[in-house]
Design a protein around this ligand. Sequence first.
Ligand code: SF4
Ligand code: SF4
Length: 455
Amino acid sequence: MAQFRIKLIAPDNTERELLYDNQTSSLTWGADGFGSPVLEVNPNTFQDATVVSTTQPGRKGLIKTLKISLGLSCNYECNYCSQRFVPHAESTNPEDVENFLQQLIASLSQAPERIEFWGGEPLVYIKTLKPLAERLRVLYPDAEFLIITNGSLLSLETNEWLDRMGFVVGLSHDGPGHHARGADPLDDPQQRAAIMDLYARLQPQGRISINAMISSQNSSRAAVQIWLQERFDADVQIGEGAFIDPYDEGGLAATFKTTAEHAQFRRQGFGEIRTGLASRFDLTNQKIQDFIDSIRYQRPASALGQKCGMDRSNNLAVDLKGNVVTCQNVSAAAFAPNGQSHLIGHLSDLPAVRMKSATHWSQRQGCSSCPVLQMCKGSCMFLEGPLWDAGCAAAYSDNLVFFAAAIEFLTGCMPVFIDGDLPPERKDIFGLAKSTVESPPVRRVIPILAAQQTA
Ligand code: SF4
Ligand code: SF4
């Protein structure tokens, strides 16, 4: 049974209607289309996701992605950072590497496919990072290595090493909104030279992305894209790219507060996708494709885990003391808002890991009846209270932009209203029901992805 009736404006300005069920991923035309499916479906078989909560603790098993937290120290102070007020665990150093590796070898029954090295700023820990990554490269020659860095501590020597070790690098930079992170390394001639050297080394192999975050202070993906294209090149690949989750007052201050602000953000985001001005954001195409796939393969909501994947048994976050933690953004000394420790076990005894710090979306009020569930997959799995509420509101508007773009791509019609069990401000996609709108999106008939391909 459809949960949502979606009102569309067709290219000839007539109204049409879609019926959408977020639980079964059924998308059909309304009465005017005789209930026919929008897309030819090719149902797949899906496994139910594991529902993690305090009463159903998450476990860890065959590890495919290993996230190693080197420590939370950073030389920047991003005002929305998820780690800002996380108590730091006991610091780690090069002497911890050998013991950590022995525990790792003993506990992993197969080579991880991907190993991520996390800070804080991981290059603060270069003296530990180097021996660690070199030993891991010998142990797991086929594993993909990933590092996220703010780039300020790069040098030609470090770049050569990152290249030789086969790293994929995510360089954090918010383009015109970078001031929220602190000083811009691109303003420093030496740091800029090192960043550009790394970019020139890795970009031709597709091994570097510039990772930008969207917030109320940096809300335009088009502005970020243009800024980064001017500094790097037209082919710049932009990673991350989602609206921030608020983890504290600083994060809250970077979210939208009013219905009008949310509507304006949705109009702007939708318009930017339509015109191809956000096309360098990996997220844009991933989100749209993910929604199309959910319809095509009829993905049930029961198959959806959390958006970050850290509820899955095969994703493991661990520090160099062997402490298993909820995710790479917290420490063994920190507690989740639900009062449960982020320290969920130890590498030496993976079968005993129990994650009680997270709440699966199905245990949240509102997610099951949310039209963007298939794209959002719940906000941060450990947030609670006002931070959760603000994160959910931000995630709704952000995902609604991609939802609307995907619907337009599939149908050629612009969705404007979602009727269902929703608060009013979530029904009116672009705030068009109000007469105060100054610049509604200009309707274009050409489906957006096709428009990009022919651009
Ligand atoms: S937008 Fe909010 S309610 Fe909807 S799926 Fe995401 S977290 Fe849940
Ligand atoms: S639980 Fe997931 S969404 Fe939340 S901070 Fe950790 S990685 Fe990010």
